[in-house]
Design a protein around this ligand. Sequence first.
Ligand SMILES: [Zn+2]
Length: 237
Amino acid sequence: MMPSPSRLIIRNLSSVLDLFLPQPCPGCRSAILNHQEHLCMHCSLTLPYTQFETLRNHPLEKLFWGRIPFGFASATWYFLDHSPIQHIIHAIKYEDQHVLGIHMGKQMGLRVQQLITDFPIDLLVPMPLHPKKEIKRGYNQAELLCKGIAMTTGIPIGNRAIQRTVQTKTQTRKSRSERWDNVHTAFSVAQPTAIHSKNIAIVDDVITTGASLEACGRSALLHGASSVSFLGMAFTA
Ligand SMILES: [Zn+2]
């Protein structure tokens, strides 16, 4: 059904107004006055950076010790409940905030420059969603992060190289071993030639126990990846 002329006028007017009215910051809902910015000044300056890229033997690396051989493991921010970083991740994951996802990915890319100089990466692999979940959501948030990382690092993205073949139940209230039971057979390599002999980095939004990354990394190694590294937007300490 065609929208009525008055409805069309209102819709056009509101998109014109959007260009001039301050937008709410996805981190704290305060107004962003500069339309070129994605976050307000306060959020930009106070997001909890982990600095993992400058550290060795940090808690995220330790998470994978003894579980899987890996190149590097890093995350750009700490995940804190009820904080701007949680709201930003929510917006990227559930509110179609694609430009914000790419912007945060660019920041991640800038932070890992030194890591990838020391340990070059050939391919970024977004943590796959189960196809049903991706259709329902309309996109994969990890792919948005990869796009931003690719823009600042020049590393290509291997989008469909690995697939999630089992739709896992929510991991939120599960222990580390329960999460492992839940995901260890959840991935398959759809394009072995894409990852064969490559140093890949698997990119995810939030790293908590690392069970999904480990399972995804294992299937990549089984199918001939030279190495796997893990890169998260945020780490739940
Ligand atoms: Zn803010």
